[in-house]
Design a protein around this ligand. Structure first.
Ligand code: 76R
Length: 276
């Protein structure tokens, strides 16, 4: 393994934008009731268009009612490019409801599948063929392997937003400190730890849907973690169990946690009148 590149191969899929809004209840209450009605219908129509491209199309934007002081509404968008996400932002800004929304926080990332296991196999196969690391032939071999993996993983790279009732989102880093530094740990060690991480995760696979997105170079943390589940206690159990696992116990740094309940777009009017 000595001269293997240290970077695990990754596959990238949908571009993701998380938006966290505070709602201006005071201004909303001050607006004339007949005006509020038309503002809501306009917003629902706009959100429906963002939600899916057609009636049978997968969900690509979802609304959540946020708990706690960090905000009131969360919008999560999955698109094919950053440009498409930028269009989403701009189209939302055209709605009159947007005047009552204060964007308090956001997160930009891209769905990422880390391929620790197949990276090793790919690099070993290339070495067995006598290819020199980073030579054009070696690069072609790696590109071919990524192409195969990408085709096989397409549904996970471009997922629909899961239907689950609850969302937990938080950003994460791996430590690069004076005591421990993930990025200077040998590849094989990281691969072992990620394998163990996956084993824990897999035990929760029927209760939680996890979407990992990478954000190095795009936002302030290295990854975004989205967990979707119908029982929010499962978030706590899964994350708690992972805290004891080496890769989290030793190398994980967490940002703020955000938690929301799925708000079907057509229920926005009820939400605004506190009747949900
Ligand atoms: O994608 C895969 O299923 C392959 C295995 C896998 C990878 C590569 C995997 C499985 N994860 C991967 C990468 Mn994960 N994951 C987290 C958190 O709370 C914590 O301690 C950490 C937050 C959770 C809860 C979670 C859940 N994972 C990553 C990465 C990128 C790191 C890198 O590449 O160095 C991060 C930051 C991260 C964090 N993970 C799973 C889960 C679950 C539930 C699984 C199993 C999924 C399944 O098999 O369906």
């Amino acid at each position: 393994m000595a001269d293997f590149p240290p970077v695990p191969l990754t596959l990238e899929g949908s571009s993701m934008l998380h938006q966290f809004f505070r709602f201006d209840w005071k201004a909303w209450r001050a607006a004339p009731p007949e005006e509020r009605g038309s503002i809501v219908s306009e917003a629902v129509a706009a959100l429906k268009i963002l939600e899916r491209a057609g009636s049978d199309a997968p969900t690509r934007s979802a609304l959540f009612s946020e708990l706690g002081h960090k905000g009131d509404l969360i919008l999560v968008h999955f698109r094919d490019s950053l440009e498409a996400l930028n269009k989403v932002e701009l189209s939302l800004a055209q709605t009159r409801l947007y005047d009552y929304l204060d964007l308090r926080h956001s997160y930009v990332s891209v769905v990422e599948l880390g391929l620790y296991e197949s990276t090793r196999k790919t690099y070993e196969a290339a070495a067995a063929k006598g290819l020199e690391t980073h030579s054009p032939e070696w690069q072609a071999e790696v590109a071919e392997s990524l192409k195969r993996a990408s085709a096989a993983m397409a549904p996970r790279l471009f997922p629909a937003i899961p239907d689950a009732k609850y969302l937990s989102f938080y950003p994460m880093d791996r430590k690069r400190g004076e005591q421990v530094n993930w990025y200077s740990v040998p590849f094989v060690e990281r691969q072992r730890m990620m394998h163990e991480h996956g084993l824990i995760g897999r035990r929760y696979a029927d209760q939680v849907r996890q979407i990992i997105s990478g954000s190095i170079g795009m936002d302030d943390w290295e990854w975004g973690v989205d967990l979707f589940a119908d029982d929010p206690v499962v978030f706590k159990k899964l994350i708690y169990e992972m805290r004891f696992d080496e890769v989290s116990a030793v190398y994980a740094l967490f940002g703020q946690f955000f938690i929301g309940v799925r708000l079907p777009v057509e229920k926005l009017s009820e939400w605004l009148s506190g009747k949900l």
